[in-house]
Structures are given as C-alpha cells and as structure tokens.
Design a protein around this ligand. Structure first.
Ligand SMILES: *Cc1c(COP(=O)(O)O)cnc(C)c1O
Length: 470
C-alpha cells in the first residue's frame, strides 16, 4: 500500500458514524440529513487525500465532533442576518434597504393570515392587487396612475415592451448605463423588442440630436438615470421638460428610468440635488420607473407611475403577469409608502433615510459607546479606536458623494487584517467591515443602535475563541 491508500483505508464507514451519533445523547437530527452530512464529510476528506493534501488522522471521537460541527453548519439558515459595518447604506450584496418595524410586521401579517390580496371587501368580488398601493403612490408622486412589479429592471422591460415593441426608442449615449449584476439598458431594450437609437456624444447630447433622430418608427424618447457613474467636465444633457415638449410636438411618448427614485429632496440635508419622483412626474414624463429598495427604503419592487393611458396599457400587457409583485412585497411596500405622508416621520422611521440623515455627532456618540463596551468586554487580543471616515449611499445613488461618518477601528494584536476580516465573516452573526489603507474599520452609520449589543457580543466571543486557537 502507498501512503495514500493507507490514509484512505483509515476513513470511517458512514453507518459506523451514524450509529454512534444516533446513540449519543440529545441527538435529534433527521437521519436523512445526518447521512448526507457524514457522507460529504468523508468524501471531502477522501478528495483531500487523493489531491495529495494533508489530513490529520482522527480518532472516532474526533470524527464525531467534526460531523456534529458540519451538521450544525448545515442546519444554520443559508440566508443569514449580518452586521453591516461597511457604511454603504443601500448595499446590493447585503440586501439593499432594511425595513422598518411597521414593514416587517405587515410582512408577518401577510404571510401568516389570509388577506384581501385580490378580493374587494366592498363588493365581495375579485379585486386587483395593484389597487392596494396605487392610490398611495399617486398621492405621494402626483401621478395619475401607478402599477408595481417585481423590480425596476422588470418595470423598464415591461414599459418598453408595452410602448415600443418593434419600434424605435431614442436614448442619449451618455445614459446607456450598466448596473451591477448585468442589467444593461441596451440589453433590456433588445429583450423588449424595441430598437435602440443612440444619439449625441458620450459627454454631450442636445435636443436637436433627439429631434434629428425621430423617424416614423420612433415610439419613445427615453431618459435613464446614470446611477453609478458621473460624466463630468464639458457636458450637457436634455432636461425632462425639454424632452416632454419635443415629444408633445411629435406625438411621441416619454419615459424616464429614475433608478433609485427618491420621494424626499435630500439636498435639504446636504446631499447633492437629485430630481425627486414628484419633479419628474410634474415635468410631464408619461412613464417613470424606479426601485422600491434603493432610496425609497422599502422592499425589492419596481414602481411605475405615469399618465392613466400608459399605465392602463401596461396593466393589460400579458407580460405583466410574469413580472407580478407578490403579497409580501405589496404589504411592506404599502407600509413604507404610508410613512411618506409626513416627511419628518419618513426620515425618522425608514431605516435607509434615517441612516443617511443621522447627525454626525450622533454617530460619534454611538461609536464611542461601542468602543467603551468593547474595551470592557474584550480584555485582550485587540485594541479599539474611534476614527472618522466616509460612508456611501450605495445602490447606484449619488456615486461620487461621500458622507462624513465615524468608525470603530479594530487593531488586532497578532492577527493579520485579512485573516481578521475573513474570520469575522465566519461568526454566527457575520460582521462585515472594510479594510482601508491597512486599517480594519466598522463604519457605525450602518450599525443600528439595536445592533450594538449583538456586535459587542459577537466580538467578545470572537476574541475569546481567537485566544484559545492562537
Ligand atoms: C438600480 C437600477 C435599475 C435596476 O433596478 P432593480 O430594482 O435593481 O431591478 C435600473 N435602472 C437604473 C437606472 C438603476 O439605477
């Protein structure tokens, strides 16, 4: 036997491990799951051996421990709660907006009980799910009509398919944006069956460019929010008002993909001026689309507002059924929209807006509180500092804008920062921070007051375990 074969021969049998596990105290894992985990654990070991890797020889006890650990891991939810110390408020990889308590309560209600999702309580007949939020959206945006779908990508697809299938859509070259995750305006356009007519230059597009490109095949003039990039320097752009005026003369529809779409003018809180949904609607654009989970601060959704004629057409498009919004989304979307009747209330209650507009000195206070508690609970292994840093909005909104913030810096005694970063991701509640110029930071903007206890608790456990394993 060569050494590989010897090692392979030491691998235990699945049934042996299983019977030992099942006779151990308090073992309640379903047999099917236990078997799968045991088989995989042994298989992984076999692969390591065959690849010439190092495997420790394990006693039966050690095998049982390893398998139990893997079973625990397997039983953990795959979609985990995490602590976001990145300072990116609308972080697409971390779930974008988090919901207010009202929103999560409506989610639970919609899930745990029957509801009037498509049932008109007045007539006792079939109702429309869209009517649950349409009036609210119209109140808040000033639009005549509205419909909601799965996300903004779906909203754009549906609107283009409805208004411009087999026809031409004119867009400025400077607005042919790619959002992360492969959403590209030209690609969505292709899928909708509309053909793209690019006008202008990358940095400058004039009204005459649109005008000269209009043919009998033109259906729509489209503006797209450039979301995640900025063209700076010698630039010019056609405003929504100008576009609407031209479209009126030529009897064409207008559309704007606003991307993030905000209902509150954040420039009053020091942010760069961005058009609100209301302003674009007021400019007379026929159909405006935006996301539910970016600056709006709600669940993943695509909101389409506009004139009744166009929204009616969209409602009748059979594609709509495939992009339909579900009852959880509708319930929490309704809740978040209700917060907007009072702007101050919206800024306080909607986590995304609250995190963006919290006073800098409040962040510093929170950071100091976290530092104090950490210094008390983590006795050795790491020092904690308070440093000023900058946060980002995220979600493609205001890409160049940095918001002054405060962070707790972790300064481990022995560990490399890359290893600290990796191991914090492995915690029961993973803690995600960012390494910046050789410093590991937890930006406190995205760590809510109610998360402080958990953050401190996780780090306490981490540094205790860390000492043991070092
Ligand atoms: C984010 C974004 C989208 C995609 O919205 P989802 O809700 O993620 O589908 C489309 N267009 C623009 C301009 C965006 O910023």
């Amino acid at each position: 036997m060569n050494s590989n074969q010897k090692l392979l021969a030491t691998l235990p049998k699945v049934d042996v491990i299983l019977s030992h596990l099942e006779s151990s105290e308090n073992f309640s894992t379903p047999r099917r799951l236990a078997k799968i985990v045991i088989r995989r654990t042994i298989e992984r070991e076999r692969e390591t051996i065959l690849a010439g890797g190092n495997v420790p020889s394990r006693s039966l006890e050690e095998w049982l421990e390893l398998v139990k650990r893997n079973i625990r891991k397997k039983q953990d939810p795959n979609l985990k709660r995490i602590i976001n110390g990145t300072g990116v408020v609308v972080h697409t990889n971390l779930g974008r907006s988090i919901l207010s308590r009202q929103c999560t309560e409506s989610l639970t209600r919609a899930g745990g009980f029957y509801s009037n999702l498509e049932f008109d309580l007045q007539s006792g007949k079939r109702g429309s799910r869209y009517s649950l939020v349409e009036e609210l959206i119209c109140d808040l945006t000033g639009a005549e009509a509205a419909i909601v779908v799965n996300n903004n990508a779906a909203a754009v697809l549906l609107a283009l398919d409805t208004l411009a299938k087999d026809r031409e859509v004119i867009v400025s070259r400077g607005q042919l944006v790619e959002i992360g995750g492969s959403f590209r305006i030209p690609d969505v356009m292709k899928k909708s069956g509309a053909s793209l007519v690019e006008v202008g230059a990358t940095n400058r597009t004039h009204l005459r460019d649109y005008e000269n490109a209009i043919t009998p095949e033109t259906a729509l003039l489209l503006r797209v929010h450039t979301s995640n990039f900025r063209i700076i320097g010698f630039t010019s752009d056609v405003s929504a008002e100008e576009m609407v005026e031209l479209a009126g003369k030529k009897n064409l529809f207008t559309m704007e993909d606003l991307g993030s779409g905000c209902l509150v003018d954040l420039s009053r809180y020091g942010f760069p001026k961005e058009p609100t949904v209301q302003e674009i609607v007021k400019a007379g654009v026929d159909v405006v689309t935006f996301s539910g989970d970016k600056l709006l601060g709600g669940p993943q959704a695509g909101i389409i507002v506009g004139c009744s004629e166009v929204i009616q057409k969209i409602k009748e498009n059979p594609l709509n059924r495939a992009l339909r919004i579900d009852k959880f989304t509708l319930s929490s979307l309704e809740s978040v929209l209700r917060e907007y009747y009072d702007t101050e209330n919206a800024l306080a209650k909607i986590p995304t807006l609250a995190m963006l507009t919290i006073e800098n000195r409040e962040l510093k206070k929170r950071a100091l509180r976290i530092q104090r508690r950490l210094k008390k609970t983590v006795q050795a292994g790491c020092d904690f500092k308070i440093v000023s840093t900058v946060s980002r909005v995220g979600g493609g909104a205001l890409p160049e804008y940095s918001i002054p913030s405060w962070a707790v810096e972790l300064v481990p005694e022995k560990m490399k920062l890359s290893s600290l970063e990796k191991r914090l991701r492995d915690l029961e509640i993973p803690v995600i921070g960012r390494i910046e110029n050789e410093h590991f930071l937890l930006d406190i903007r995205t760590v809510g007051d109610h998360e402080v206890v958990d953050l401190v608790g996780q780090l306490e456990v981490f540094f205790k375990d860390g000492e043991k394993s070092d």
